[in-house]
Every structure is written in structure tokens, then in C-alpha cells.
Design a protein around this ligand. Structure first.
Ligand code: NAD
Length: 475
């Protein structure tokens, strides 16, 4: 099993960390300015290299994810390594199209001319990622940055330390640090990074730290993408297929032991079907993990002691309907369902980010919509109902990043759907072509013909205003 390597923040005195960061940043700026990264052939070659490197080190990456939080191999592949492979394949297949200037309709005002949008890399990007999907959330944005022709400095989370150490090693062994580099470290190292003038900052993490990032970016007016968190509801109405709803909610919630930004954070269920839903959830949990989930190889552990303690406080015995068992040694928290009646419960005060699922009932859908809308805009929302009218009401009346009707999480599996939050759950989106777009400045170009130059727009204006009005009315 791999052991976490000390990160550069531990290895070097503070001043040296800063100097190293400044040097890297300078090197990448120089490399970008020398125009090494823009040729499509270079981008493809580097994306292919990333593909090979990830393949070559796949087992080590599986092991690191297991060492960090016992992530089951199937989950590690489906949500991390396999996911990245699909994004790589898509980028490699479409990069020629993506990089082409996109023609837009011409405006008669400018006759004769043609207009197009020319995607251009920003330059040097900073990508900061969290610990919960430490490969996916680092490499998926990186693929966009590379496809768009940028250089990038990656800052993995220090919390998934085994994975961060391997990422650092395989990137530094295979890529020129003037092009892609990994800087390991925690808050202080990130602050040193944020003090540099980047051309783009792509951050995934908590809403609280998102505000820190945006403030730092404002200093240099650096554009940002913020992929943040929050409390994502699953709403189950009386017309839902309850057995399927329970199965799909439990899968989305207990994958990665609930440590997923888009996991259903809590369930709102119509009172009449609450009991049946809870019974079905108990059955799903048994089907997935057996009578003793602690012995299941398919259930991950909590990432560290701090999160274990934070989550344990939510396990109020009087509310536990399913699960509730914990083991401090292995940082195990059983898949747990709580039945609660108010939002005052500790589990409703923050994003849960663990295998604890509170269930609250409502009487009619208005009540559920009001409850969700009273709080911050969620990253995801999952609505379980076969009633089309109610489905449309949810889409129209609730603002959220994205989500599913009659499923959880699966919207992330379609690269044609841009993924991102809204309000306090995020700013901007990525995946598929959206990842390319996010790391490209969309430069608008008007290419004016030279064979005609009507004198109309030039002073002296005389009485041209009347004519101009007529022309505008005619357009
Ligand atoms: P976090 O915000 O604590 O950390 C994210 C990154 O920011 C890490 O690399 C960390 O080193 C750095 N960081 C932490 N504090 C900082 C500070 N004060 N200044 C500068 N940098 C700082 O998040 P986390 O605990 O790693 O991840 C969990 C959160 O991320 C949850 O809220 C979850 O919902 C969210 N998340 C969102 C998505 C998404 O795609 N929207 C995906 C995964 C996780």
C-alpha cells in the first residue's frame, strides 16, 4: 500500500515554497509566450501522453485511492479513472473541430465582412481540487486546459495525500514542468499560488473556500470557474416508483460513502409514501452491502478523523431509522437514514458529505418547493415522480445547478451536459466541449472587406442621423 510522500510545503521552508511557486509560474508564462502549446498537434500529443501515463499507472492510482479512503475499485474506475479516459477520448476525437474558429451570421451593418469566434487559450491556468474525487476533479479540468492549449499548475488536495503524491510523481516524470506542474500543499501553499497572476483559475471545493478564491482572483481580475458544494435534495412525490427511487437514491448517496458533491444530501418525501420509501431504502442498503455493511468491500470509509467526528454529531439516536453504527478505528459510518421533522437538526445545518441521509416529509409539492427555495441554490436536485406536470413545475420553480428526473448523479455521465452549480453552489460549468470552452477566451473577430468603404459612417455627419434611423428600422 502506498504511503503518503511529504508534500513540498513540508519539505521546504516557507520562503522556498514561495520561491519555487514563483519560479514555476514564471517558467510556465515563458513557455506559453513562446507558443509551444497552441499547435493542435502538440495538444493531441500531450493528451495522448496523459492517456498512456494514466493507463500505465492505473493500479498505483487504484491503490492510492484505496489507501486514502478504501474507495472500491469499481467506484474508482467508474467515477475517476474511467471517467477521465472518456473525457480524454472525447477531447482527442473532437479537438480539430473544437479549435476551429466558429463562424457566426453576418450583420448587414458591416457589409462586406465575415465574423467568427476564435477560441484562444487563456495562458497559464491554476487548477485547485478537493479530496473526494482526487483524480477526476484534477484531471477532468486539466483535459479542458490542455485541449484549449494552456499551461497549468495543479494543486491537488493535501487531504487525499496518497493520491496527491502519485499524481505529483507521474506528472513530474512525464511532463515538462514549464507546461504542466503539480504543487502539493495545504492552505498556505494555495495562498502563495493565489498571489500569482494566473490567466484562469479553476477551483473545485467548498463554498466557503470558493469565496477566498474569488477574492484572490479579483485582485488580478482573473476569470474563475467555481465548482462548489451545498445541500442537494432528492424529492420523492406520491407518483414515484418507490422501489426504484429508493434504489437510485441509496446508490447516489452511499457511493464513495456519501462523500460526493452531487450526492443527494437529504430526501423530501410526500407524507403518504414516506414509510414505504424508508422500507424500500432499508431493502436497497441490505441488497447493496449485506446485513453488515462494515464487512462489505463495496463501501468506502470517511476520509479523516475530523470529518468522522463532524459526521458522528449528526447521528442523533432518536432519529435513526436505518444504520447508525460507527467504528472510530476504521472511520466507518454505516449507511444511515434519519427520520427528522425539522430543519433544526444538526444534519440540516451544513452539507453532510457522508453516508447519512435525513428524510423529511411534506404534504404537497408546493411545500417541498418552498422548503428548497428558502435555502441556498443547490448544486443538484433529483426529482422522483412519473407525473409530467409536477416534473415541469420542479424545473420551472426551483433553481439548481443540474440534476436528474427519476435518477441521481447520472447527469455527470453525459459529457454533452455541461456540469456546474449556480449561486452558492458554483459559477461556470465544464465536461466535454464545455471544458474546452471554459479554458478558451472566445475572441470575436470581424474581418472587413476592403473593396467597399461607404463614407456614410465618417464625419462630418450633417443630416445623416435621419438616414441612419431609417436604416436601423429597415434592419
Ligand atoms: P475545500 O474547499 O476545503 O478544499 C478544496 C481545495 O482548496 C483544497 O485543495 C485545499 O487545499 C484548498 N483550500 C482549503 N482551504 C483553503 C484556503 N483557506 N485558502 C486557499 N485554499 C484552500 O474542499 P474539500 O473539503 O477538499 O472538498 C469538499 C467540498 O468540495 C464540498 O463542499 C463539496 O461539495 C465540494 N465539491 C464540489 C464539487 C463540484 O464539482 N461542484 C466536487 C467535489 C467536491
Amino acid at each position: 500500500m502506498p504511503v503518503a510522500q511529504p508534500n513540498i510545503a513540508n519539505q521546504l521552508p516557507k520562503e522556498e515554497v514561495l520561491e519555487k511557486i514563483q519560479l514555476l509560474h514564471r517558467l510556465q508564462r515563458g513557455y506559453f509566450a513562446e507558443d509551444h502549446t497552441q499547435a493542435v498537434s502538440f495538444r493531441k500529443e500531450q493528451l495522448r501522453k496523459l492517456q498512456q501515463v494514466l493507463k500505465q499507472h492505473e493500479q498505483e492510482l487504484f491503490d492510492a485511492l484505496y489507501a486514502d479512503f478504501r474507495k472500491p475499485a469499481l467506484e474508482a474506475f467508474g467515477t475517476e479513472i474511467g471517467f477521465i479516459e472518456l473525457e480524454l477520448k472525447l477531447a482527442l476525437k473532437n479537438i480539430e473541430d473544437w479549435t476551429k474558429p466558429r463562424k457566426v451570421l453576418e450583420s448587414l451593418i458591416n457589409f462586406p465582412a465575415k465574423s467568427y469566434v476564435y477560441p484562444q487559450p487563456y495562458g497559464v491556468a491554476l487548477i485547485i481540487s478537493p479530496w473526494n474525487y482526487p483524480l477526476n476533479l484534477l484531471f477532468a479540468p486539466l483535459i479542458g486546459a490542455m485541449a484549449a492549449g494552456n499551461c497549468a499548475i495543479l494543486k491537488p488536495s493535501e487531504i487525499a495525500a496518497n493520491t496527491a503524491a502519485i499524481v505529483k510523481r507521474i506528472i513530474s516524470q512525464n511532463f515538462d514542468e514549464r507546461y504542466i506542474a503539480v504543487v502539493e500543499g495545504g492552505v498556505e501553499t494555495t495562498q502563495h499560488l493565489l498571489a500569482q497572476r494566473f490567466d484562469y483559475i479553476f477551483f473545485t471545493g467548498s463554498t466557503q473556500v470558493g469565496k477566498v478564491i474569488m477574492k484572490a482572483a479579483a485582485e488580478h481580475l482573473t476569470p474563475v470557474t467555481l465548482e462548489l458544494g451545498g445541500k442537494s435534495p432528492a424529492i420523492v412525490d406520491m407518483d414515484a416508483d418507490l422501489e426504484m427511487a429508493a434504489r437510485r437514491i441509496c446508490w447516489g448517496k452511499f457511493l464513495n460513502a456519501g462523500q460526493t458533491c452531487v450526492a443527494p444530501d437529504y430526501v423530501l418525501v410526500q407524507e403518504d409514501v414516506k414509510e414505504e420509501l424508508i422500507q424500500q431504502m432499508a431493502k436497497s442498503i441490505r441488497d447493496f452491502y449485506g446485513e453488515q455493511p462494515a464487512n462489505s468491500p463495496d463501501f468506502a470509509r470517511i476520509i479523516n478523523d475530523r470529518h468522522f467526528e463532524r459526521l458522528s454529531k449528526m447521528l442523533t439516536p432518536e432519529n435513526i431509522r436505518i444504520g447508525g453504527k460507527t467504528d472510530v478505528e476504521s472511520r466507518y459510518i454505516a449507511p444511515t437514514v434519519l427520520e427528522i421533522s425539522t430543519w433544526d437538526h444538526p444534519a440540516m445545518q451544513e452539507e453532510i458529505f457522508g453516508p447519512i441521509l435525513p428524510v423529511i416529509s411534506f404534504n404537497d409539492l408546493n411545500e417541498a418547493i418552498t422548503m428548497v427555495n428558502r435555502h441556498e441554490k443547490p448544486l443538484a436536485l433529483y426529482f422522483f415522480s412519473t407525473n409530467k406536470t409536477q416534473q415541469q413545475r420542479i424545473l420551472r420553480e426551483v433553481t439548481f445547478g443540474g440534476g436528474c428526473i427519476n435518477d441521481t448523479l447520472s447527469h455527470l455521465a453525459n459529457p454533452n451536459l455541461p456540469f456546474g452549480g449556480v449561486g452558492s453552489s458554483g459559477l461556470g460549468s465544464y465536461h466535454g466541449i464545455a471544458s474546452f470552452d471554459v479554458f478558451s477566451h472566445q475572441k470575436s473577430i470581424l474581418d472587413r472587406g476592403t473593396w467597399l468603404d461607404l463614407p456614410f459612417r465618417y464625419p462630418p455627419y450633417g443630416n445623416k442621423l435621419k438616414l441612419l434611423r431609417r436604416f436601423f428600422n429597415w434592419l
